[in-house]
Design a protein around this ligand. Structure first.
Ligand code: ADP
Ligand code: MG
Length: 693
């Protein structure tokens, strides 16, 4: 009989652990027995049943069992090699290990060993190089456990090796799984062909064949995804039901009035999204919508439409942007569209003068300011609205969930529209953003030319700069982006503040070249942007402050230095600054990285300008934290599920969660009791689950 071990118990008290190892485990995120169970192998080594040495075939991966002969250590300490031979009565095999000094004491004449490796031939004898080694103890039958085996390899540290973890898991596995609770109802398990949860843990840690781990892993990944989907769906329902919003009334007359303000006809894509938004605005529950569209698709016009519809109902709107450059640009552009009308817009940023700020806040509290546009300065507590009904957040990936909530709390259940130009891959839309409704705009305004994108190697820079010169002399404009403002001893990279001088003295001599970076004073930045916009500056040397939102239609060249330092989505954003007018645009990615993954990554950009594909690729290469910024992936801490591979499983889990909640919306039925407990344990602190608590 096995005694069970509580999953909450500290891993320190597991046989073979102790305080020192417990600290090592903590570095791997393993604190409890439950964590240890969930610390899954990341791959498996195949260790086949042994073969007689006489029957080894060249090129196969095989296991042999035999006695050691002629054990020698050769070479210098730094380049040490151990050689030996193994005999088993059917033949003789050469063996060598490189850089394995720690083996010296274990290997001696007559020692029985079990070795697995790829068979080679050396001096007419079969030979194994760096084979996996098991020492067979003196009183053990070397063939006792001689079957095909699949040995787990764990994420490990220098002090806590995979084989230590394997042994420790072996000490506790059977007892620990006794405490594992089956929380997925049987009907679902049958339909989705999922093994029991206990079996899944057993098969992951101690597979009986190479076919076991994938099936077991799928079950455990499903569990994580199902819980996440339940949490997302319950909290989304709660958001919708618990809050009462002021519905907005929309008439044809308002619609006509808004459209007349825009200098262009809205695209079908914009119209479709506006329709979705208006349906939300007219409802008595607050809108909670994410608008995702590729860079340059025209999100601002959609935001303006929603804002003006709200303002027509005598309510207030606020628009939050991540940088002053972008906030000022929005304010200027919107002010321009609304010229001569009655709508009062104001700008509030960190550098707004005191007196101006005070007047704006007064107007806001009195309900006289209709639309407040700004940066983080909007979040301060003195910013107080009389009747805030719509919150718009531009480039939302630059903000955290808390900032979104803080702005929203300035109104009584205002409608919220968040906009992003980093398309959210489907998996993330269903998890990290699962509490939002998603509108997608794929179309771009007419007349856009694709941006021709080229990788520029060190040997090609001369040619590239002469191309840039020829475009500039035809009156076109360029952005030149560097990863740093100042040079740094720690990083061997070019810096904007140094290069701006060098460029204007050399390859860009004769052109107006100016510097723009995040640490400049805001008035200074505004002046430079204005000069660039008006064409007085030909080339803007900058850092990634221009990454989001900046819209200067005459700029046609985007030159990015050290391109390999950026994520693909970020490069795509930067590239999106050009290709906004009718002229051909170019994006030159300077990179001195060799062949290999970095170059391959950049090739993706040369091949496609589909931001959705690029985001998927980024997610695959770098994971959700990098793609979205670390601030908002609290929901993405899956241990088993993979955000890229498991999309189909995620869809199953989503459907199953919906089906469960449709039948039992508070999870109060007895067959859901275990599910409910597990859900609350995992998500109660993170999401609104009051419905089932
Ligand atoms: P993003 O979606 O990246 O925020 P913007 O809102 O900055 O894009 O729009 C990009 C450019 O396209 C702007 O110069 C804008 O004036 C223009 N634009 C937007 N909608 C249309 C349209 N329907 N027809 C023509 N031009 C448009
Ligand atoms: Mg924008």
């Amino acid at each position: 009989m096995t005694t069970c071990v509580a999953l909450e118990e500290s891993v320190q008290f597991v046989r073979g652990v102790g305080p020192k190892r417990a600290a090592d485990f903590a570095n791997l995120g393993v604190h409890t027995v439950g964590d240890l169970l969930e610390h899954l192998p990341f791959r498996y080594e195949l260790r086949p049943e042994s073969k007689p040495i006489g029957s080894l075939q060249l090129g196969e991966t095989a296991t042999i069992i035999g006695e050691l002969r002629n054990v020698r250590t050769r070479g210098s300490y730094s380049n040490q090699r151990i050689t030996a031979q193994v005999v088993d009565g059917t033949g003789r095999c050469n063996v060598q290990w490189f850089n394995s000094a720690y083996l010296v004491d274990m290997l001696h004449y007559g020692q029985v060993v079990r070795l697995t490796g790829k068979v080679d031939v050396w001096r007419d004898l079969a030979s194994l190089t760096n084979p996996q080694l098991t020492i067979v103890e003196e009183d053990k039958d070397p063939f006792a456990d001689d079957v095909d085996r699949c040995v787990p390899v764990y994420p490990a540290t220098a002090d806590l090796l995979s084989r230590d973890i394997r042994r420790i898991v072996g000490n506790i596995l059977e007892h620990a799984v006794e405490s594992v609770v089956e929380f997925v109802p049987e009907s679902i398990r049958d339909r989705r062909h999922l093994p029991p949860r206990r079996t899944a843990f057993l098969r992951c840690h101690q597979p009986t064949s190479p076919d076991d781990p994938p099936v077991a892993r799928r079950r455990l990944a499903y569990d994580e995804l199902l819980l996440c989907q339940l949490a997302v769906q319950i909290s989304r329902r709660a958001l919708k039901r618990n809050a009462q919003a002021d519905p907005i009334a929309l008439t044809d007359e308002i619609d006509q009035r808004i459209r007349r303000r825009l200098p262009f006809q809205l695209t079908n894509g914009q119209d479709k999204v506006i329709e979705e938004i208006c349906r939300d605005l007219c409802a008595p529950t607050p809108m909670n919508r994410l608008l995702q569209a590729d860079v340059g698709a025209g999100k601002t016009a959609v935001a303006i439409y929603a804002a003006l519809a709200t303002i027509a109902n005598r309510k207030q709107v606020t628009l939050l942007a991540p940088t002053e450059v972008l906030a000022s640009q929005h304010h200027a552009k919107i002010g321009h569209y609304l010229q001569g009308g009655r709508v009062r817009t104001e700008l509030l940023v960190g550098s707004t003068a005191k007196s101006k700020r005070a007047a704006t806040l007064r107007g806001l509290a009195a309900g006289e300011v209709d639309w407040l546009i700004g940066t983080h300065a909007l979040l301060e507590s003195e910013v107080d609205f009389a009747k805030l009904a719509l919150v718009i957040i531009d480039e939302q990936h630059k903000f955290g969930v808390a900032q979104r909530a803080s702005l929203r709390s300035k109104g009584r259940a205002p409608h919220t529209l968040v906009m992003t130009a980093t398309p959210i891959p489907r998996t993330l839309a269903m998890t990290a953003f699962g509490d939002l409704d998603v509108s997608t705009m794929r179309e771009r305004p007419p007349g856009r030319q694709p941006v021709e994108t080229r990788l520029v190697r060190p040997t090609q820079t001369g040619q590239a700069w002469s191309f840039v010169r020829s475009r500039l002399s035809q009156g076109e404009q360029a952005y030149i982006v560097y990863p740093l403002v100042e040079e740094s001893d720690a990083l061997p990279l070019k810096a904007a503040s140094v290069e701006v001088k060098r460029l204007s003295d050399t390859v860009l001599g004769g052109f107006e070249v100016a510097l723009l970076h995040g640490r400049m004073r805001p008035t200074e930045k505004a002046k430079v942007m204005e000069a660039f916009r008006s064409g007085r500056i030909h080339a803007l040397v900058s850092t990634t402050v221009i990454e989001v939102g900046v819209d200067v239609p005459d700029a046609t060249l985007m030159i990015i230095q050290h391109a390999e330092r950026y994520g693909l989505s970020q490069l795509h954003q930067l590239r999106g600054r050009v290709g906004r007018g009718a002229k051909n645009s170019y994006c030159l990615l300077f990179s001195d990285t060799g062949e290999g993954t970095a170059a391959e990554r950049l090739e993706v950009l040369c091949q496609t300008d589909d931001g959705f594909r690029i985001a998927e690729e980024d997610l695959r290469i770098r994971g959700p934290g990098e793609l979205l910024g670390t601030r908002q992936h609290g929901l993405l801490t899956f241990k088993v599920a993979d955000m890229v591979q498991d999309i189909e499983l995620l869809e199953l889990a989503r459907d199953d969660a919906a089906a469960i909640l449709a039948e039992d919306d508070t999870l109060c039925r007895s067959e859901h009791a275990a599910l409910r407990t597990e859900l609350l344990r995992k998500y109660e602190a993170k999401m609104q689950l009051a419905d089932v608590a």
